[in-house]
Design a protein around this ligand. Structure first.
Ligand code: PMP
Length: 383
């Protein structure tokens, strides 16, 4: 049975071209980028080359705006804790949309133990942030507001340009988590007025173990990991050369190929949505049009997401249910609850995220498997 992988939001294979490029830095090109000898200089070049490509992907002012980290979770923590703790003299408030990833929400919740106030801004039934509520929530002492570029569970793209205006009129810094959207849709930190932006290597077909935080020139931020002072003192620790070099190459390819690849995936995604919505009592979650081009998410009544995942896997189709990162807990997704679903409705979800290996021929197979799975589970369901 052909394997059909449609869970790229949880994990992606490294692009072969990236692996070939980065392999050099595991073997002959190794070196500590802080060493002054030729081996170190070669390693430093690898890091700086990557910084340029990552900066170009998001149209950063200059490569120095890019701080390499160990991944998206770390970038989110650095953005939030680093700005909150550096700007204590201005205030002790932080804010976020209610559907942020846990790696944004939990550092913010953690700050409340140190006297910070956290305000969560609601979203509508498509997952779009309520701009009026955002306006009402923020004040001059709201140091950092996090609103993701696009949501990983429901695919909805947020109106970051409008959010940015409100944050800069009323609060201080805007942080945008672009983990789910980078390499799928364009991001321009200058045009959208973004102060801090999170990127992840693995979400653009790069190796695990690298991420980046864009920090706009002038933003006041401090390290959350003091040490040897690498990455402009903001992220100490010897750089993960292989992963960072790979992330740079992945960013270069993403910039070159994004438009064409996203258009290809959007077509496949649209057919998938059309076919899957033929299943009785199935609904699309997230925005019908303002959504990531590779992303399709659904809910089905009277069944439970974990069972959908396991049944689909028996057809050799890998999909996700809710957030892969928190699905261990089997709690209803905070994102689906935030868009107004009841607990029982939020449990029957299925998330398909497409990537390089997917093609039109797979649409029918996935739709048929989904139909059979839903029917079987409903037959078994006591609901
Ligand atoms: N933000 C978003 C939007 C995500 O989808 C994820 C998970 N891929 C993360 C942050 C955290 O990424 P990681 O677990 O790689 O640190």
């Amino acid at each position: 049975m052909e394997k059909i992988y449609m869970d790229h939001g949880s994990s992606m294979p490294v692009d072969k071209r990236v692996a070939e490029f980065a392999e050099h830095y595991l073997t002959n090109g190794f070196g500590n980028p802080s060493s002054r000898h030729s081996q170190g200089v070669m390693a430093r070049r690898g890091i700086e080359n990557a910084r340029e490509h990552v900066a170009r992907l998001i149209n950063a002012e200059n490569p120095e705006c890019i701080i390499f980290t160990g991944g998206a979770t770390e970038s989110n923590n650095l953005a939030i804790r680093g700005t909150a703790l550096r700007n204590l003299s201005i205030g002790k408030k932080v804010a976020a949309s209610a559907i942020e990833h846990m790696s944004v929400l939990n550092p913010m919740k953690d700050l409340t133990k140190n006297g910070f106030q956290l305000n969560l801004v609601p979203v509508d039934s498509y997952g779009v942030i309520d701009l009026k509520k955002l306006e009402d929530t923020l004040s001059k002492d709201t140091i950092i507001t996090s609103v993701m570029h696009a949501n990983n569970e429901i695919g909805t793209i947020e109106p970051i340009d409008k959010v940015s205006k409100i944050v800069h009129d009323r609060g201080v810094y805007l942080h945008v988590d672009a983990t789910a959207s980078a390499g799928r849709i364009p991001i321009d930190v200058q045009k959208d007025g973004i102060d801090l932006l999170t990127l992840s290597s693995t979400d653009i077909y790069g190796p695990l173990g690298a991420g980046a935080l864009y920090v706009k020139p002038g933003v006041k931020i401090q390290t959350v990991m003091p040490g040897g002072g690498q990455e402009r003192g903001l992220r100490s620790g010897t750089e993960n050369l292989f992963a960072i070099a790979g992330m740079g190459e992945a960013a270069r390819i993403a910039k070159d190929e994004m438009e064409k690849e996203s258009a290809r995936l959007k077509e496949i995604r649209n057919s998938l949505v059309k076919e899957i919505l033929k299943i009785e009592e199935s609904y699309l979650t997230g925005h019908p049009t303002d959504r990531l081009p590779h992303h399709a998410s659904f809910r089905f009544t009277r069944i439970e997401g974990e069972s959908i995942l396991l049944y689909m896997d028996m057809y050799n189709i890998q999909i996700a249910t809710g957030s892969a990162c928190t699905s261990k807990t089997l709690q209803a997704s905070h994102v689906l609850l935030a868009i107004g679903l009841k607990h029982e409705e939020a449990h029957g979800s299925m998330v398909l995220t497409l990537g390089h290996s997917n093609n039109t021929e797979q649409v029918e197979k996935v739709a048929v498997a989904a139909g059979l799975t839903v029917k079987k589970l409903r037959d078994l369901s006591p609901l």
